[in-house]
Design a protein around this ligand. Structure first.
Ligand code: FAD
Length: 564
């Protein structure tokens, strides 16, 4: 059999997994991996924890060394070698040895591009001051650690409240720095819907991390070339001994576009389902590529390690002539911040609204992480989004201290298998008191949603609460109601509802609420069977607190600054 020569540009998540899979499939192939950095196959997801000294030995970030690739897999990994050009007609790449400056050429039968993405550095005044960092590589994390140690930095400003920004906030706080976050949009964690992100914001503030929402950096100021403050468009100036920019990444497409490979509408390298580019000898994987959204089918760029690894494997299969198909991304992700776990999969309500899609419902639940009678259960705030017409599961988001990622992983697989809320209702999940409940939060979410699809209960929409002329009834007990209630709601406890039903109007729609949505569901069923036009406000007062200012993060006791 002819010996194939496969060159791979980029030796981390996508590139390394492609190389290793190739070797398992083809013992004869010559495989050479180039990385312009000093390391290949390192754990970029671990970098924030190296900065925070949770991982204190840098070597632990190295998943596999070039030596291991050579001895275990007979794969040649060349670090500090930048691939600077692709000559498609002659099937060669141009490589620059970054140590010696030598330029040389290498021929390929198949070429895999896995160059990742570049952190965005906005061209703002002062951006070149020292002490302003992005985080992508081991040397980046080393520079940040050195800066903290050498300058005895006390105050850090994180620009961007996405998952890397939040992980950095936690890790810098862990090192004793005072940290604040500036975020241009009206929420942190853009992969969540705003009301779910409210929990995260409240939690950051509770951990003494002020969050400046709805504000953007105008410029950086410094003394003697070193950053001293971040000035926002609102005029607020935040003292800063260091700044972390975490405002997103751009697919690394220079090589591809110089070689006139097709790019997609989102700016990533265009690939087909087998990760093949517009050139049939060139594949591309990872953060650099544009793939399709599993749910909407739209083109998207989702920079996550799971898809990069899977795509590397698929490209290897395809190069070896195996049928392989990337099924799309659901953007399943998890992030830990100060003991809170935030996880998400599938589409958000915000994206559905933006797309003008109204064929969906969203329900909220706040179940315990395990059976209530066993000590230590923690609430999981869960939002499930599903199709109105048939109950197809479209997305889920969850926030809590325990058991969050397990529930989102189950729902992620449900989405992947095109399951419905009826499947979640029936899912058989493991249970013992310390781990879950006989009706697991995933089952409960399915049951609540299935009740809606079956027409047993109609939902009221939280977004329509302001301005509705519905009659609002809160069926919690009086002492609970006194502690706080939705403006305008009247209190008729469930235990008194049958006796006091005559107090409710028959000529107006009634919207019922309670603590977390369970008692209001009982009330809805009772009222409905008594001829009332009635809707349930999903998730009860707990959900209202996320939806409306004054609820969680914007509590006056906190220092969250929100500019509408
Ligand atoms: P990369 O892993 O970035 O590898 C690309 C490599 O290509 C780089 O080493 C680069 O030096 C090299 N390269 C680029 N151009 C050239 C060239 N011309 N010649 C030679 N070499 C080149 N994802 C998660 O799912 N969960 C997480 O918790 C998570 N945490 C993260 C935390 C941080 C701080 C960062 C930065 C990312 C995190 N990610 C996380 C994202 C995840 O790391 C990426 O999605 C994934 O690494 C992408 O893999 P990739 O192979 O496409 O690119």
């Amino acid at each position: 059999m002819e010996r194939k020569r496969v060159l791979i540009v980029g030796g981390v998540a996508g590139g390394a997994s492609c190389a290793a899979r190739l070797r398992r499939l083809d013992e004869q192939a010559e495989i050479v991996v180039f990385d312009k950095g000093p390391y290949a196959s390192f754990a970029n997801c671990g970098l924030p924890y190296y900065v925070g000294d949770v991982i204190s030995d840098e070597k632990r970030l190295l998943v596999a060394t070039p030596e291991l690739f050579r001895t275990r897999f007979n794969i040649e990994v060349r670090t500090e070698q930048e691939v600077t050009g692709i000559d498609r007609p002659s099937r060669q790449v141009e490589v620059k040895d970054l140590c010696t400056g030598r330029v040389y050429h290498e021929a390929y039968d198949a070429l895999v591009l896995a160059p990742g993405a570049t952190p965005v550095r906005p061209p703002l005044p002062g951006i070149d001051l020292s002490g302003i960092f992005t985080l992508r590589t081991i040397p980046d994390s080393r520079r940040i650690r050195a800066w903290i140690e050498e300058t005895a930095a006390r105050k850090a400003v994180i620009v961007g409240g996405g998952f890397i920004g939040l992980e950095m906030a936690e890790n810098l706080a862990r090192r004793g720095l005072g940290v604040s976050i500036v975020e241009m949009s009206d929420q942190v964690m853009p992969s969540l819907d705003r009301e779910m992100a409210e929990y995260v914001c409240a939690h950051l503030i509770a951990n003494r991390v002020p969050v400046h929402l709805g504000d953007a950096v105008a410029c950086f100021e410094g003394v003697d070339g070193r950053v001293t403050s971040v000035v926002n468009r609102s005029g607020a100036a935040l003292a800063a001994d260091m700044v972390i920019l975490s405002i997103g990444v751009k697919p690394e497409t220079k090589l591809a576009s110089d070689a006139e490979l097709e790019l997609g509408p989102r700016g990533g390298i265009r690939v087909d389902e087998s990760m093949r580019t517009s050139d049939h000898r060139i594949w591309a994987v990872g953060d650099a590529v544009e793939v399709h959204d599993f749910i909407t089918g739209e083109a998207c760029v989702v920079p996550l390690a799971g898809p990069a690894n899977r795509q590397g494997r698929i490209a290897a299969d395809a190069i070896c002539g195996r049928p392989a198909r990337f099924r799309g991304v659901q953007a399943t992700a998890v992030c830990g911040v100060f003991g809170l776990t935030v996880a998400t999969t599938g589409i958000t309500e915000r994206r559905l609204v933006l797309a003008g899609n109204t064929d969906y419902y969203a329900v909220y639940l706040h179940p315990g992480s395990h059976a209530g009678y066993y000590p230590g259960a923690k609430p999981i705030h869960l939002k499930l989004i599903f199709r109105k017409s048939d109950g197809l599961v479209l997305g889920a988001q969850a926030v809590g201290e325990e058991g969050v990622e397990r529930r989102i992983d189950v729902i992620s697989l449900a989405i992947h298998r095109n399951s419905t809320v009826f499947d979640l209702e029936e899912a058989e999940l493991c249970y013992a008191p310390q781990f879950g409940a006989a009706k697991d939060p995933v089952n409960l979410a399915g049951m609540v949603a299935a009740n809606v699809v079956r027409g047993d209960v109609q939902l009221a929409n939280w977004a329509s609460l302001t301005g509705t002329d519905a009659f609002l009834v809160d069926v919690r007990e009086e002492d609970e109601f006194k502690l706080g209630a939705i403006d305008g709601a009247i209190n008729v406890p469930l235990s008194q509802l049958r006796r006091r039903v005559g107090e409710l109007p028959r000529d107006r729609e009634i919207w019922v609420t309670c603590g977390v949505g369970q008692r209001s569901y009982y009330a809805v069923r009772f009222l409905r069977q008594n001829g009332f036009a009635v809707r349930n406000l999903p998730g009860g007062y707990q959900t209202w607190r996320m939806w409306y200012p004054g609820g969680l993060a914007t509590n006056p006791a906190t220092s969250c600054i929100w500019l509408p």
